[in-house]
Write a protein that binds this ligand. Structure first.
Ligand SMILES: Cc1ncc(COP(=O)(O)O)c(C=O)c1O
Length: 380
């Protein structure tokens, strides 16, 4: 446990602290894999797929190499092809847009709802063309996108919906767990995620048996049996060590998400009185799982605060410093600065504060005290 005094470090995430709480279970699970010696797919992956599908309230989960591949494989399995357009958020991690390109399609970006920063359903509908094939709502920072309006739009226009749930394991929307809301959903188990492996891993979840079978085929060189390759596939198999770790961690996820929510509540209560620091907007139609606790600095001093905190041992993040259209990789989409004002303003104002289940309330209070000290100093 970190004892917090002035000058004591508050990391952004602390995976070693988490391991310390589950060491015996993890060590036993890892040892079992080392002893049976089957390292790719196999029974560990099948077991994780069963438990994770049940957790998401869907029929099937398919373990793959990472969250980006999960998106590529899900889009491909749902029939997205060269020449199609796929609508997603301008303010997502670049992987969402990359996956659309790797599936052969064109990413069509739309702006976010101010405050929550989730994709704006009204703008999604305006972006639909005859080539639109799919929508990828991103459950950003741990809060579900506004799924009912998005699903209604998709139904009206005959589009498929692939949830990017990489930041929202266990979040709910109107009583339903994310992952079971669209035609398929994709998860990243990157180590720092709410449910994180000890390396790269990902999954596609769906209740459509045909889609699941296509993803199973694509992830393993286009076939379900050795040396029978029916389609041109990929090597994107989940490995057994990651599956064994994820099965252990899944047992703790609800408790960890509960703690994240408590930390978020404490942050928001303590920050309420700090001027020019906007706390996260929670829509209240589901459970936010606070993968990230993101504040907005409305006085133009985000970078100065970040440096100030870093100098005092408080690590922060920016998710993300540039919206997709202003990255070098996606400049060719042709959107100038100003195209997506909500996403662009967010990229200048947002700051992610330390957030992980093992964070202690006195560490949260310490971070807020440092933020308060900065704001006081910059107003003096
Ligand atoms: C919203 C979002 N989509 C996709 C990804 C890609 O996942 P991965 O890093 O496992 O490929 C991530 C995670 O980094 C993410 O946060």
């Amino acid at each position: 446990m970190t004892s917090v005094t002035h000058g004591v470090r508050v990391p952004f995430v602390d995976l070693r602290a988490q391991y310390a709480t589950i060491r015996a279970e993890i060590d036993a699970a890892v040892r079992a894999v080392l002893e049976h010696g089957s390292f790719v797919l196999g029974e560990d992956v099948a077991e994780f797929e069963r438990t994770f599908a049940a957790f998401c309230g869907v029929r099937e989960a398919v373990g793959v190499g990472n969250g980006t591949d999960a998106l590529v494989l899900a889009l491909t399995a749902l029939g997205v092809r060269t020449g199609d357009e796929v609508i997603t958020a301008a303010n997502t991690f670049v992987a969402t847009a990359e996956a659309i390109v790797h599936a052969g399609a064109l990413p069509v970006l739309v702006d976010a709802v101010p405050g929550t920063y989730t994709i704006d359903p009204a703008r999604v509908e305006q972006a639909i063309t005859p080539r639109t094939r799919a929508i990828i709502p991103v459950h950003l920072y741990g809060q579900a996108a506004e799924m009912d309006p998005l699903l209604a739009i998709a139904r009206r226009h005959g589009l498929v919906v692939v949830e990017d749930a990489s930041q929202a394991h266990g979040a709910t929307y109107r009583g339903r767990v994310v992952g079971g809301l669209g035609d398929a959903a994709c998860f990243s188990f990157y180590p720092s995620k709410n449910l994180g492996a000890y390396g790269d891993a990902g999954a596609v979840v769906t209740s459509d048996a045909d889609v699941a079978l296509r993803v199973r085929t694509l992830r393993d060189h286009g076939g379900m049996a050795h040396y029978q390759h029916e389609v041109v596939g990929y090597n994107s198999r989940m490995d057994a060590l990651q599956a064994a770790v994820l099965t252990v961690k899944l047992r703790h996820l609800e408790e960890w998400n509960h703690r994240r929510r408590e930390h978020a509540r404490l942050y928001s209560r303590l920050l309420a009185e700090v001027p020019a620091v906007e706390t996260p907007v929670i829509r209240g139609d589901g459970a936010h799982v606070f993968h990230l606790y993101v504040v907005a600095l409305t006085a133009g001093n985000r970078d100065a605060l970040r440096t100030y905190l870093s100098d005092r041992g408080v690590q922060t993040g920016i998710h993300y410093p540039a919206p997709v259209h202003l990255t070098g990789a996606f400049r060719s989409l042709g959107h100038a600065s100003g195209a997506f004002p909500v996403a662009e303003q967010a990229s200048r104002q947002i700051l992610s504060l330390p957030m992980y289940p093992e964070l202690q309330p006195d560490a949260v209070a310490h971070v807020v005290e440092e933020v308060r000290g900065f704001v006081r100093g910059s107003r003096a």
